[in-house]
Write a protein that binds this ligand. Structure first.
Ligand code: FMN
Length: 388
């Protein structure tokens, strides 16, 4: 871990919302449900910090049409002081209505709009990371969402990527449009849609955006350790950082982040026994929020992240990845060696999605011919769940 700041960093202010630590848990579909958000929040508060913990993405149309799957995702934990939700949408009217529902019926205190999703199924229709190409349409969506949230004093932010590909960059325009629309911040993942999760995030682009706009910029991409977060702030001047894959199987990263931004140096290196206690807590929270059967199923995907680099045997890993009950989980966790030290070689290395760049981003026909799109409509799918 390199240099911690000598003075504590100020917190993060997004309109009416203020948190002590300038850190946002990135929305991650299938991951950042109420249980996981609470786990990260507990870790951060244990160190005296507090951040924003964004719910997995839900679709505007799904919410407006009261789609059952969408509503099931709108669950919050009692410890969440600011309910933060990411909305996906391509139609200004749906996004505005969904914004209003979130504020009026769900007590949501922060709304983030997704304009970064690289999934072909989404970009094929002009949604996610493809949408900012239509500057006019982007402006309409942002303005209408901001207007719908205003009576509730709820800040609206947008999250985007650099652009469709290196020849079709959109982030600087998006920053200006977000500012003009009255957004409280813009989060930039320093990759293009074409890059998906490959290569390295371009922090210079994040710095360019900071220089280009007069609203808070949140930097995103490749923060694996707390020291990376400090480096990003120092190098780019962002108001805060958005952390995604770095906390997969390592919710204690939020403790390190709280410490780092408070000017202290903490680099948590839990033994396998401590990791196992964290796994148990995670599974327990999932079961509390979803019931034991679904909670255990949801927990399975996290096992390999928690055990990354540890010597746990293949057979035990396989059983853990099929866990069905908390009692079963306890039995399996007992087989782990509690004294095994943290595998430091796993520090600072990518986890979660990586993959390769796309040769071509799938877009609607003729999408690139018009860079405005005001008044146009893009088909919005109520069941779009794939995220970013
Ligand atoms: C499993 C997974 C699901 C994701 N889902 C979303 C999503 O729903 N909305 C979104 O804006 N980004 C989503 N993302 C992207 C992350 O929010 C983040 O922008 C990206 O992972 C880069 O940050 P990182 O390097 O800190 O992981 C997802 C990423 C992963 C790995």
């Amino acid at each position: 871990m390199s240099a911690a700041p000598t003075t504590p960093t100020p917190g993060l202010t997004l309109g009416s919302v203020r948190v002590a630590t300038p850190v946002v848990l990135a929305p991650m579909a299938g991951i950042t449900n109420a249980a996981y958000r609470r786990l990260c929040l507990e870790s951060m508060r244990a160190q005296g910090g507090d951040g924003l913990f964004v719910c997995e993405m839900i679709t505007s149309r799904g919410l407006v049409e009261r789609d059952e799957t969408t509503l099931k995702m709108l669950v919050f934990d009692e410890l969440e002081t600011v309910r933060s939700v990411q909305l996906y949408g391509t139609d200004p009217a749906y996004v505005a209505k969904a914004t209003e529902i979130l504020c009026a019926e769900y007590g949501v205190g922060h709304i983030d709009l997704n304009f970064g999703c690289p999934v072909p199924k989404v970009t094929r229709k002009g949604g996610g990371g493809a949408l900012p190409w239509k500057r006019g349409l982007l402006g309409e969506i942002l303005e209408q969402s901001v207007a719908a949230a205003a009576p509730y004093d709820v800040p609206v932010t947008m999250k985007t990527r650099k652009g469709i590909d290196e020849d079709h960059l959109t982030y600087l325009d998006a920053g200006r449009i977000a500012q003009e629309a009255g957004c409280a911040a813009i989060a930039l993942h320093g990759r293009t849609v074409a890059q998906a999760y490959s290569g390295e995030a371009d922090w210079d682009a994040i710095a360019d955006l900071v220089a280009h706009v007069d609203l808070p910029v949140l930097g995103n991409g490749d923060i694996w350790e707390a020291s990376d977060a400090l480096r990003m702030v120092e190098r780019t001047g962002v108001a805060g950082v958005v952390v995604g894959r770095g906390c997969l199987g390592r919710p204690w990263l939020f403790r390190d982040l709280a410490a780092a931004f408070a000017g202290e140096q903490v680099a948590t290196l839990p033994t396998l026994g401590e990791v196992s206690a964290m796994m148990r807590r995670h599974a327990e929270l999932l079961c509390e929020h979803m019931g034991e059967e679904r909670g255990c199923k949801e927990f399975r995907k996290h096992v390999s992240w928690y055990l990354k680099g540890f010597a746990a045997g293949g057979e035990l890993r396989r059983s853990l990845a099929l866990v069905e009950s908390l009692v079963g989980l306890d039995r399996m966790l007992e087989e782990l060696d509690p004294d095994e030290p943290f595998p430091t070689q796993a520090l600072g290395t990518p986890r979660g999605r990586q993959g390769s760049p796309r040769a071509r981003v799938v877009l609607p026909e003729g999408w690139l011919d018009d860079a405005d799109g005001s008044g146009s409509s893009v088909h919005e799918d109520a069941a779009e769940l794939s995220g970013g």
